[in-house]
Design a binder for this molecule. Structure first.
Ligand SMILES: [Fe+2]
Ligand SMILES: [Fe+2]
Length: 160
C-alpha cells in the first residue's frame, strides 16, 4: 500500500501551508502550530489509541494530526476559525494523497472538532482533541503567565 502519510508530508500545498504558519508565527511567544506540534499530536494520539485499544487505523490518526492546524495562518490573515480553515485545506490534500471519501469525512470531522470535547471517547475526534491538549509543554513555557488557556487546562505535569 502506498505511503499516504509521507505523501501528505511531501505534498506541495502542505509545504506551502506549513511555511505560512511558520512565517506568521515567527514572533509568537505562545505555542506554535508547526510540524513538531503535528508530530507530537500524532504520536500521543497513537499511544492513546494503543493503550485504550481504540483501534483506529494508524494512517487515520497520523493524517488527522498532521493536518489539524494546517490552516492556522488563515485565522491570522483572514479571521477564519482555524478548525474550519484546516478542514477545508485538509480535504483537498487527502484527496490527492489516496484517502477515500469515508476516510476523508472522518478526518475532516475530527479536524472540525479538535477544539471541542466530543462525547465519544473512542472517536478520532476525541483522540485529536485530547492529544492536542496533552502535547503542550506548559510546565516548560516562558509565556505561561500571559497565556489565555484556562488554568485547569494547562499541563503542569507530564502525563504518562
Ligand atoms: Fe488548533
Ligand atoms: Fe493543535
Amino acid at each position: 500500500m502506498a505511503d499516504r502519510i509521507n505523501a501528505i508530508l511531501q505534498n506541495e500545498n502542505y509545504k506551502i501551508y506549513l511555511a505560512k504558519n511558520e512565517e506568521i508565527e515567527k514572533n509568537r511567544e505562545f505555542c506554535h502550530h508547526d510540524l513538531q506540534h503535528f508530530l507530537d499530536v500524532a504520536r500521543i494520539a497513537y499511544i492513546i489509541n494503543l493503550e485504550k485499544n481504540i483501534n483506529i487505523g494508524k494512517d487515520m490518526v497520523y493524517a488527522a494530526a498532521l493536518l489539524h492546524d494546517i490552516g492556522r495562518w488563515m485565522q491570522y490573515e483572514k479571521g477564519v476559525p482555524h478548525d474550519e480553515a484546516s478542514a477545508k485545506l485538509a480535504a483537498d490534500i487527502l484527496k490527492v494523497c489516496g484517502f477515500n471519501e469515508n476516510e476523508i469525512k472522518e478526518i475532516v470531522a475530527a479536524i472540525l472538532m479538535h477544539r471541542k470535547v466530543s462525547v465519544d471517547e473512542e472517536s478520532l475526534s476525541y483522540l485529536i482533541y485530547r492529544s492536542d491538549k496533552l502535547s503542550r509543554g506548559c510546565f516548560n513555557c516562558k509565556a505561561i503567565l500571559e497565556c489565555n488557556w484556562p488554568e485547569e487546562k494547562k499541563n503542569y505535569n507530564i502525563k504518562y
